[in-house]
Design a protein around this ligand. Sequence first.
Ligand SMILES: *[C@@H]1O[C@H](CO)[C@@H](O)[C@H](O)[C@H]1NC(C)=O
Ligand SMILES: *[C@@H]1O[C@H](CO)[C@@H](O)[C@H](O)[C@H]1NC(C)=O
Length: 691
Amino acid sequence: MDPFISISHQRSFQALLAVSFIYIFVIYQMPFFLDQIVFQPSSFSSPSSSSSSSSSSHSSSSSSSSLSSSRKLITDALPLSLPLKEEPLIVSTPFRPSKVSFRDAPLASAAPTPSLPQRQNHRHALQVSGLAFRDISVTGAFSELHMVAKAAWKAGRKVFSELEAMKPEEERDDKRSPKNQTTEKCPHSIVMSGTEFLENDKIVVLPCGLTLGSHITLVARPYKAHPEYDPKISVPVEGDQATMVSQFMMELQGLKTVDGEEPPRILHFNPRLKGDWSGKPAIELNTCYRMQWGSAQRCEGWKARADEESVDGLVKCEKWIRDDNSRSEESKTTWWLNRLIGRKEKVPIDWPYPFMEEKLFVLTLSAGLEGYHVNVDGRHVTSFPYRTGFVLEDATGLSLNGDIDLHSVFAGSLPTTHPSFSPKGHLEMLSQWQAAPLPEGPIDLFIGILSAGNHFAERMAVRKSWMQIVAKSPNMVARFFVAMHGRKEINVELKREAEFFNDIVIVPFMDSYDLVVMKTVAICEYGVHAVSAKYIMKCDDDTFVKADSVMSKVKKVRNGGRSLYVGNINYYHKPLRHGKWAVTYEEWPEEDYPPYANGPGYILSSDIAHFIVSEFERHTLRLFKMEDVSMGMWIDQFNATKPVQYVHDLKFCQFGCINGYLTAHYQSPRQMLCMWERVKLGKVQCCNVRR
Ligand SMILES: *[C@@H]1O[C@H](CO)[C@@H](O)[C@H](O)[C@H]1NC(C)=O
Ligand SMILES: *[C@@H]1O[C@H](CO)[C@@H](O)[C@H](O)[C@H]1NC(C)=O
């Protein structure tokens, strides 16, 4: 039968059937049908694609195994996965010669590659100071410091040789333990009774610090005044009579920001009920960073002036009645009376000083946007603007000391996420921050940075900020000078850091504040022997150095090759003979100090450094615990034979920072990075980081 005819004779029912059949076919069969037709060609390439996928799984596993073996060098911050296409390329890539500066290498080359295990063997050798401290018998006024130095070198040598001999596996084992410690819980609130507080060494630990809106409330009672003979807060009265003192200190401390040294006091709140030198009750607030107090904020019962800086809209100091306490009852009575008789005019109420001997009080400290606020018995008393470069999360401990009996303490609205405190968290093991090897020829300026083993964050901030100026100049070199720390894990971490960044010179003695002067000698030694620099600068790891400006400052002096000493020079300073930081007559017999440049940043010409090193090696260099005074003394000595040009400039700022600075001091890591951002914009400005 002719199909053509048969179709033409279809009935509508059949037509409908056919249409629905086609419909069903399209819906269910079309994809496969299309698949067969359109994607047919892909089946030809399928063998290659499957081989590539198997090779990719192979290569990724091999790269991850090579990764784990090179973990020591490369941190987790680096990308772990590799672009697969490059895999064969990388295998054939020869290992970058170690001579080439890692700093010049693009960041991508730091990505984990199979060549990394080789690089591990090419870790930079530890740079050790060439300074030799030989055992000598010294007699006379300065033998004591020499004895301390002798012991410190002996102990340090031992620690250092153990560290040098340590195998990489041991280093990794040592690393594991501190890593664990940071996995603390972050409680939302903490309650502690007075007895628990005493058992806990008078510290409330706030594991994750504070955050905006956190508050700490304490119920406590000041003790009755007691006789005090120590003239620390009071003016000594005539004769031997003691002053009556009642005062206490509440402090927020940065327990975890530095390791093994006194924690910074982020807030020091010190009410003096009795015994303040003014003779009246007062409250002092302050901060202390690296044992250096800021300028105190004193509240003495006068309300802060209207034009004075406020904190979140609150005055820094509230008014209180200064004369006697009976007036407050009187004023309250007047106030009520005025209310009762319906007088409209505003009658100010005066309140007494918020603390009284043997009277319970409730104090709440809260963290605002611009500063801390203190309320006592429900009234605002004082506010203190955030000052140092520390953020709220750094405030990890509340301590309470002095003439006070704590009943209970409650901390609430605490942060629930954990900030990272570990040294490892501070170090960013990226090749872009690695130092170039020392240049072959002489340079203009060598900058020696005094640092301590545990100052990981400080060194990292220096690397990422002003050391970049040095890195870009072929005529400048900067190195950190670090001695051995008392804690082994710090030294292990330091070794890793030194081998990676290649910018640390280890001075192998046990670190101590009194022996900082040895690091200064080591800087001179390195500056003349290892790098042969025209000028040598000494600074600290909390100094921000505008290195290019410092260099042009020195060049501008142009003194025809005369010896040079540049800095913020102190003339006619006398040793402090009393107090905590007293200098004894044994240590410094003379009445005056010689002229000396402040320690955080000074420059000397290499002939002076040469003199210092050779005097040291001949054991004729007099050592004094204050390194900047020592330098002044040595230069004074040098000046006797060859005239030295002293150049004084206040822009080597000692107390902190001034705009247009050459160096700025007491800069926290956060402030350094902030200043660097400004320098990059061409602004030589200070940063008062608030939060
Ligand atoms: C440290 O980590 C290990 C696992 O890596 C764990 O078993 C151990 O309990 C942790 N220690 C502490 C003190 O958290
Ligand atoms: C340096 O020595 C010269 C003379 O030798 C002297 O006039 C000058 O006062 C000395 N400078 C200082 C700061 O002691």
